[in-house]
Ligand binder design. Structure first.
Ligand SMILES: *Cc1c(COP(=O)(O)O)cnc(C)c1O
Length: 358
């Protein structure tokens, strides 16, 4: 069967110590169901809403998120932000000091932090000048010790989607895991790769409640993966990695009115992105606005440091990417509410006027 031929042997990819692991079994793992008297976890018996440990399997929240993201619950791992999912993936697959990880560059800074803290070599492969993915160059950096490739689509800080065929080709060509970080997928018109994990079991999709779902303060991120991978990741995470307070609040913000509201916010943000992409190039100091499938624009300007300082002095904070290789001369500007975007345009116009008059 063609599908079987594309299946990768996940067990062979695991670190040996992880493959041999017996998971810590919590009191709540051993007894599931409901009882009247719980004397199994040394909790306080006095109810204040938080005296009990939360569900380590996060069943109720997983159901709600699976529905919102249109995926199967058994393919879902939840973490304290997608940052936790990144760290758990490294701990599951990469032998410190031995294995390596390949990522694109420029991209999300957390891949660098997480590989460094896990003592895993990170090989960065530059995107082309237009930030498109060079699949050949990426595969050339992969060797038998490459356990994970980190791709980010839409990519941060460039904003563009990576080519779908290139991503699939990399996943097919490698024995290791291909992570597709889709933190910004809700702002794009691409369906993402969650539907592909069944036929290509070495693809792991990362998503988050931090961006379009407007819950960055809650810290909930996810990996969407083959159930075999989800099971091992769940074994390695801290049992109670999401607090009861987090679970309660996330559920509250995933109800139908909230989902309707975030959908409207996403469509406003996409409209505003188009307006900003059209208006910014009319300003004298703006050299280029890169196409974006996310909720931010990478903008090349005459003097990024000076414009950054000017905007900061007016109370507007953007992200200075001037020192990021491949992003020289750029600022990354998040799309805000319409009135905030107006202020950005107005202040950049003022700045350009001042520079011209100097
Ligand atoms: C913002 C962002 C995330 C989100 O991380 P959380 O830990 O879930 O808040 C993940 N990946 C990328 C590329 C991001 O830009």
């Amino acid at each position: 069967m063609i599908n079987e031929m594309m299946k990768k042997d996940i067990k062979k990819l695991l670190r040996p110590n992880i493959a041999a692991l017996t998971p810590y079994s919590t009191a709540r793992d051993e007894f599931q169901g409901s009882a009247e008297v719980y004397l199994d976890a040394n909790e306080s018996a006095y109810d204040n809403g938080f005296n009990r440990y939360p569900d380590p399997r996060q069943k109720v929240l997983k159901k709600a998120i699976a529905q919102a993201e249109n995926i199967k619950e058994e393919c879902l791992f939840l973490g304290n932000g997608s940052d936790e999912a990144i760290d758990v993936l490294l701990r599951v697959f990469c032998n410190p000091g031995v294995d390596n990880v390949v990522s694109i560059s420029p991209s999300y800074g957390m891949y660098e932090v997480a590989t460094a803290t896990n003592d895993v070599e990170l090989r960065k492969v530059r995107l082309r000048e237009d930030f498109s993915l060079d699949a050949e160059a990426l595969l050339a950096a992969v060797d038998e010790k490459t356990k994970i490739v980190f791709l980010c689509s839409p990519n941060n800080p460039s904003g563009n989607l990576l080519n779908e065929e290139d991503i699939l080709r990399i996943a097919q060509a490698m024995d290791g895991i291909v992570v597709v970080d889709e933190a910004y997928i809700h702002y794009s018109d691409h369906p993402g790769f969650a539907d592909r994990i069944e036929s290509q079991n070495n693809i792991v999709v990362l998503r988050t409640l931090s961006k379009a779902r407007a819950m960055a303060g809650l810290r909930v991120g996810m990996a969407i993966a083959d159930p075999e991978i989800v099971e091992v990741m769940s074994m390695v995470k801290y049992p109670y990695n999401l607090s009861q307070a987090t679970i309660n609040e996330a559920l509250r913000h995933l109800d139908t009115p909230s989902l309707t509201r975030t959908k409207e916010e996403i469509s406003t943000t996409i409209k505003e992105r188009a307006r900003m992409a059209e208006s910014l190039p009319e300003l004298a100091c703006v050299k280029k606005v890169y196409p974006s499938d996310a909720n931010f624009l990478l903008v090349k300007v005459d003097n990024a440091d000076a414009l950054y300082d000017y905007l900061a002095s007016k109370g507007i904070i953007v992200r200075n990417r001037n020192r990021v290789p491949g992003c020289e001369g750029t600022l990354r500007i998040t799309i805000g509410r319409p009135e905030e975007n107006d202020r950005v345009l107005e202040e950049i116009r003022n700045y350009a006027g001042e520079v011209l008059n100097d």
